[in-house]
Write a protein that binds this ligand. Structure first.
Ligand SMILES: O=C(O)CCC(=O)C(=O)O
Length: 253
């Protein structure tokens, strides 16, 4: 899909944009090299889901998140005023026992935002496909409001507080797989049902989630890990001023 199509309308209807070219091969290779270095420093255990808000101290993550091509797409789905809420790597390693998965959930459920509005760009650092556990989504599910989440009874859920939408509320027959080549991204609405299966391949599956909110979305409760967000204005204007001004650590790319 190119950014010249009417992606705003598609997004409003489906709550997802499946596959958008952003970085070419050499650009994403440079970002992957930088991630490999970070992985060597941090260790795999921490890289799996422990790298949060590192756009504040790692320039390559900031460059991925505030890339003009990424922001052009976000502008079409959410309007001209954009706060970067946070970033979070989901890096699934080969897992022959099929243990680690992401349960069906909606992002905004435990983010403490009012209105509960957010949008995620999922940027593929590695190729992401069915075999290595790409994201799965249920198009249109964002239009039904926030579902009751419970605790997952399956071992290995990577989500922060083991949250899960119960099976009987998820119509998996409507699910689609979001396969992406490294350098592509998908975008999903914060109320879209999404999940991912274990990585049964021999390849790593690393994606950077970049969370964006409109300035009107105020944090009224602590998020699932008990912290306050520190959003950064990356496009347009913040006429609401719900958050203390946070400066980016690096220049806009
Ligand atoms: O990358 C994944 O497998 C899941 C990502 C996810 O759950 C999210 O973006 O909230």
């Amino acid at each position: 899909m190119s950014v010249t199509e009417d992606i705003g309308r598609t997004y409003a209807e489906d709550g997802v944009l499946p596959c958008i070219d952003i970085f070419n091969e050499s650009e994403i290779q440079a970002f992957r090299d930088a991630f490999d270095e970070l992985e060597a420093e941090e260790g795999r255990e921490n890289c799996q889901i422990g790298l949060q808000a590192r756009h504040m101290d790692r320039e390559f993550i900031w460059q991925l998140s505030a890339d003009p091509g990424v922001l052009d797409v976000m502008e079409q789905v959410m309007g001209t005023d954009i706060l970067l809420l946070s970033t979070h790597f989901f890096c699934k390693y080969p897992d022959s026992s099929g243990t680690h998965f992401v349960a069906w959930h909606q992002d905004v459920t435990y983010w403490g935002l009012e209105p509960p509005t957010a949008h995620t760009a999922w940027i593929a650092i590695d190729d992401s496909d069915v075999e290595n556990g790409c994201m799965r989504v249920i198009p249109g599910s964002h239009r039904d409001g926030i579902a009751l989440h419970s605790k997952s009874e399956h071992e290995g859920n990577l989500l922060s507080i083991n949250q899960e939408i119960p099976d009987d509320l998820v119509d998996t027959s409507r699910a689609i797989d979001l396969e992406l080549k490294a350098g592509q991204m998908s975008v999903h609405d914060g109320q879209l049902f999404h999940a991912s299966m274990p990585n049964t391949s021999q390849r790593r599956r690393c994606g950077l989630t970049v969370r964006f909110i409109p300035p009107e979305a105020k944090q009224t409760e602590a998020n699932s890990v008990g912290t306050l967000w520190q959003p950064i204005l990356v496009r347009g204007e913040d006429r609401f001023k719900h958050y203390p001004e946070t400066a980016a650590s690096f220049q806009m790319p």
